[in-house]
Design a protein. Structure first.
Length: 420
């Protein structure tokens, strides 16, 4: 991915939101260190497939039948990259290549044998998406974003989207329960990118919004609303994070700023998960509030949600694979996040920052830390809680964005504030 260097802005404050819960959420799965994984697919039996793009004579498709602890190569592509995988509910596996002879691979026997399907202009291939068992979409990039469709399992293809402008491609798709198709475009040219919708199976498309936004992923909830993650913006590099598209009002709203947001997933309880370059955010109220998940293991990962509500994270800038230890509907939905228990005022603040914790900490001493966006602790002060409240002088610190962290009885509670 070619991107110019960017400077830090106030949005980096989210990088320093500290995790509030100590229990583990992710486990790191070992993958061969000789490969660079590009995509994963998981079937209903839990078999994991990895595609690779290593520019060495080791590329192909790898499979693990024991949860990612051991791997075997099930297709040898040599030095030819496999860049995207997709698997149907019945277990038909598709692998997208960029070279003639491995345009599109198909396996109906769990990776034992493969057939080759031709794709027009396959050297431009980027992503593959499935709708049902027979409808395949392939995104391609170049001087315009192109989307191809096959309704017969890859035997014949037609172009169903071409916006005729700009270096961009369809990076993600979402399918509503009412038949609409949504696509998100990653772009590298001004006046491109954004979100499109088709209500006729992909024959025609309407531009919905977020022009110039570098969309990195989209997910759809049970109400057919979209969770959209935006990596950055072609005009204003400070624009990144989460957006919501309301299916009923056809309106976009910004719901969270996160620096270089990348992956997204929505489980069956409509809980939102988003990765950005410092970790994973989780929301149990459809994006109204977010909390940092446990640890930063999945930072910068593309997320894959399985039918049984596990989430896999594949690093896009480092070669690693993570998986939630438990299904997300049981792993986090009953947890009480400490960061929700700490409230502060005023915000922005000029002189004194007042805080309150929704726990019985009265007549106890706690440590208050003020941390800047570089991670440096500027204030470390022991204060007495009075009626579960505290007050601390912040008049001497510079204007900017900060993390306030309260430490008591081995637990930490944190939130952010703006200093005027």
């Amino acid at each position: 991915m070619i991107r110019s260097k960017i400077i830090l802005t106030f949005l980096m404050v989210v990088l320093f939101i500290k995790m509030a819960i100590s229990q583990s959420f992710w486990e790191v799965l070992p993958i061969p260190d000789t490969i660079k994984a590009t995509s994963i697919a998981v079937n209903v039996s839990g078999d994991i497939f990895l595609s690779t793009c290593s520019t060495e004579y080791v590329d192909g498709i790898f499979k693990s039948h024991n949860g990612g602890y051991n791997w075997e190569k099930v297709f040898d592509a040599g030095q030819n990259s496999i860049i995207s995988l997709a698997i149907s509910d019945s277990g038909v596996l598709y692998a997208l290549g960029t070279f003639e002879g491995i345009d599109l691979l198909k396996s109906t026997d769990n990776g034992l044998t493969w057939s080759v399907l031709p794709v027009p202009d396959s050297y431009l291939n980027q992503k593959i998406f499935l709708k049902g068992e027979d409808t395949i979409f392939v995104s391609q990039w170049g001087d315009a974003a192109v989307l191809l469709r096959s309704v017969d399992g890859g035997l014949n293809w037609e172009q169903v989207f071409n916006n005729n402008y700009g270096v961009q491609y369809v990076i993600d798709m979402a399918f509503s329960t009412e038949g609409e198709i949504y696509i998100g475009l990653m772009c590298y040219s001004v006046n491109s990118g954004g979100i499109y919708k088709s209500s006729d199976g992909g024959q025609t498309w309407d531009f919905l919004g977020l022009q110039n936004h570098q969309v990195s992923s989209i997910s759809i909830d049970s109400s057919n609303n979209l969770l959209i993650t935006v990596w950055s913006n072609m005009i204003d590099i400070g624009i990144s994070g989460n957006y919501c598209y309301n299916h009923n009002t056809n309106e976009f709203s910004s719901i969270y700023f996160a620096w270089e947001a990348y992956g997204s997933a929505i489980n069956t309880k409509n809980e939102y998960f988003t990765t950005f370059n410092s970790g994973t955010l989780h929301s149990i109220d459809e994006g109204l509030t977010y909390n940092m998940m446990m640890g930063d293991t999945a930072a910068g990962c593309e997320l894959y949600l399985t039918k049984d509500n596990y989430i896999y994270g594949l690093g896009q800038f480092s070669n690693y694979l993570v998986k939630t230890i438990k299904p997300t509907v049981t792993a986090v939905s009953n947890n009480r996040y400490e960061s929700q228990l700490l409230t502060i005022s005023p915000n922005p603040v000029k002189d004194r920052l007042n805080g309150r914790v929704s726990l019985n900490l009265s007549k106890t001493y706690t440590v208050i830390e003020i941390i800047d966006v570089t991670g440096k602790c500027l204030i470390n002060s022991q204060v007495e809680m009075v009626n579960d409240c505290f007050s601390i002088d912040v008049s001497k610190i510079k204007s900017g964005f900060y993390l306030v962290q309260l430490c008591s009885n081995g637990l930490k509670y944190s939130t952010t504030f703006v200093k005027n």
